[in-house]
Design a protein around this ligand. Structure first.
Ligand code: ATP
Ligand code: MG
Length: 249
């Protein structure tokens, strides 16, 4: 990819540097907001403490999330500027694997960024990108931050919201939606209000959810089991333990 900066693969921080460069390139392309740079920095700190790996508990969360997406009547994957910059193709693959819709949904909404992200997803294989109709509302939030598509997130029973702001995560939960959150900070409100908090880097989490979805496809009993056996409080506690105690086992 022409956006990719040369980092030798032998560099001990290879993955982390590559991820940072993607966010930088996202800002340059008008996909990611400057606030997104700060959000990435916050995430990286937690990732470092987690050992930059998918914990067993985060893997179980990814499986539960995959099951929810497959069992949904109408699942929507919400895409913001950081998610688009980091995992555009992976989000398209996840949508394909689960039958979910992709909807661009921005905290700092501008028409230019909405369009730039939709175009970027299409460049990565998306055929149908929602979010541009903006004819629906999430109750309890001010106008701009509340905007969604009525037949997208507005109508969804299950929503995957990577790196979502706490207020909006809470408001979506109050609408009765099943919320699947990807957030490296187990103490963030987004993770705390999620039905399924996946405490993992989005770069690892999205392909992992896709793998689980492929594994669970056509197996409703296994999907039910993954949903029923998942405990959100336990997952958050496990992540916090891993961070505080360096309990990497
Ligand atoms: P709160 O949820 O407590 O209100 P916040 O919404 O103010 O916190 P932000 O910086 O706006 O926090 O949101 C970014 C969130 O996304 C942070 O919790 C951060 O840990 C997380 N994050 C950032 N980059 C990634 C990433 N690559 N993968 C997963 N999570 C990430
Ligand atoms: Mg947050």
């Amino acid at each position: 990819m022409s956006d990719e900066v040369e980092v030798p693969e032998s560099h001990p921080r290879y993955e982390s540097l590559l991820t940072r460069h993607r966010i930088e390139a996202g800002v340059d392309r008008g996909i990611t907001s400057r606030q997104g740079l700060i959000a990435q920095g916050r995430g990286e700190a937690y990732d470092y403490l987690l050992g930059e790996r998918t914990t067993d508990s985060a893997d179980r969360a990814a499986r539960a999330a995959a099951a929810h997406l497959l069992l949904a009547d109408h699942a929507v994957i919400s895409v913001n500027g950081n998610a688009a910059a980091l995992v555009p193709g992976e989000l398209v693959e996840l949508a394909d694997a689960t039958g979910a819709d992709l909807e661009v949904n921005l905290f700092n909404r501008t028409e230019e960024r909405m369009r730039a992200i939709a175009d970027y997803l299409r460049e990565h294989g998306a055929t149908d990108v929602r979010g541009l109709e903006a004819d629906g509302r999430i109750p309890g939030l001010d106008h701009e931050r509340a905007t969604v598509d009525a037949d997208g997130i507005g109508d969804a029973d299950v929503v995957l919201v990577p790196l979502e702001d706490g207020d909006r995560a809470e408001a979506l939960g109050e609408m009765g939606k099943t919320e699947l959150v990807v957030d490296l900070n187990p103490l963030s409100r987004s993770a705390q209000v999620a039905t399924v908090p996946i405490v993992d880097n989005i770069v690892r989490a999205i392909p992992n959810v896709t793998d689980h979805a492929r594994d669970l496809a056509g197996a409703p009993d296994a999907q039910r089991e993954a949903v029923d056996s998942f405990d959100a409080d336990e997952a958050l506690a496990a992540a916090e333990r891993a961070i505080r105690e360096g309990d990497l086992g």
